[in-house]
Design a protein around this ligand. Structure first.
Ligand code: FES
Ligand SMILES: [Fe+2]
Length: 362
């Protein structure tokens, strides 16, 4: 990595809200449809301005955004030429590795002018980029879930959430059965049967009883995570629903979460789609109920736990491997920023904001 690709303006200027920074892993930076062949779009993830582009052969690439010549953002008007991207300002061209391949008004190239490049893979519906704070190469490959190509599963429903909290805080929910009763008002809570971690993988197996108008149905919620950015949840019971949950850090304090749902066919398309939709609506409602907790909670390094609490610390030990800096031990409680001068915090009931805070698209 060269000096020009290392630092971006504003990096590190965000006040630390957590004892951890941006984790490493594979993260969803787009759905496949978000970036067309021959197109570039601007993104902001990992505390960095980025350009996501798809070359004329259809392969997606992610690079730091700022041209090392005079700093133009490649995501604002950059042009794709074959398998290279041309800067909108003076036309310098770069290949996917970020090497300068052409200066249109010179016979030479500038080999010091280098754009940081991020490894990218496209798995079905998902454009995944590998991020590591020090630019280390990927330490694992993503296992493709079978449902991605299973004809029994229909169309995708996509939902995006932006959350003012670190991705880890949201992920901790994956082991948190007890909160369902208090945050989501569910009478029955999922019962964790097992929670196992194995290097970058974590798997949670649980049983859940779903109340329906025709009585309680026994179901399951099984979660398989591959690092901090790619988790598969399989719901069964009422209807088999497959959900890819992909959190991507915007910076150390904020994240975006993409949910991609597929429902196993119930026979006729209309029933499948209406049952599937009702399920998506319920999951989104629950997400909005969780939001005020995540956005306003402190991170307590050594929490006071009940003997019957789920394996929160096992989860945290697993997640800690994705940070390069290690947890800072200087204090036990990390709180959100204080309110602006003269203002007091305001609690807005989740129902009132549910529709405006996330986007559903097909
Ligand atoms: S700023 Fe990119 S070519 Fe000049
Ligand atoms: Fe929740």
């Amino acid at each position: 990595m060269t000096e020009t690709s290392m630092t971006q303006t504003g990096e590190g200027s965000v006040e630390a809200r957590y004892p951890f920074g941006v984790p490493s892993g594979w993260f969803q930076v787009a759905w496949s449809d978000d970036v067309a062949t021959g197109e570039v779009i601007p993104r902001y993830y990992f505390g960095r301005h980025l350009a996501l582009w798809r070359d004329e052969r259809g392969t997606p690439h992610l690079n730091d955004a700022f041209c090392p010549h005079l700093g133009a953002h490649l995501g604002f008007g950059g042009r794709i030429k074959g398998e290279e991207i041309a800067c909108p300002f003076h036309g310098w061209q770069f290949d996917a590795e970020g090497t300068n391949t052409c200066i249109p008004y010179s016979n030479r190239t500038n080999q010091r002018a280098k754009l940081r490049a991020y490894p990218v893979v496209e798995i079905g519906h998902f454009v995944m980029a590998w991020y590591h704070p020090e630019g280390e190469p990927p330490s694992w490959d993503i296992d493709e879930p079978a449902e991605l190509t299973d004809p029994e599963y229909g169309e995708w429903t996509n939902v995006t959430f932006s959350v003012d909290a670190a991705a880890q805080e949201l992920a901790e929910n994956s082991v948190d059965g007890p909160h369902f009763r208090y945050v989501h008002n569910t009478e029955v809570v999922p019962e964790i049967q097992s929670y196992e971690t194995d290097e970058w993988r974590a798997r949670m197996r649980s049983v859940q009883r779903f109340p329906t108008p025709r009585g309680v149905v026994d179901g399951r919620i099984d979660v398989d995570n591959q690092g901090p950015g790619f988790g598969v949840t399989r719901f069964s019971g009422i209807v088999d629903t497959f959900l890819v949950g992909a959190a991507v850090p915007v910076d150390a304090n904020r994240c975006e979460v993409r949910f991609s749902f597929k429902t196993r066919s119930l026979g006729d398309a209309k029933t499948t789609s209406s049952v599937g939709r009702a399920f998506v609506t319920e999951v989104c409602k629950q997400f909005e109920e969780d939001r005020p907790i995540w956005e306003n909670k402190a991170h307590i390094v050594r929490p006071a736990l009940a003997d019957t609490d789920p394996p929160f610390m096992k989860f945290r030990r697993w997640y800690a491997q994705f940070y390069t800096e290690g947890n800072s031990g200087e204090r036990d409680l990390w709180a959100p920023a204080p309110p602006p001068p003269g203002e007091q915090p305001v609690f807005i009931r989740p129902e009132a904001t549910a529709s405006s805070k996330h986007r559903v698209s097909d």
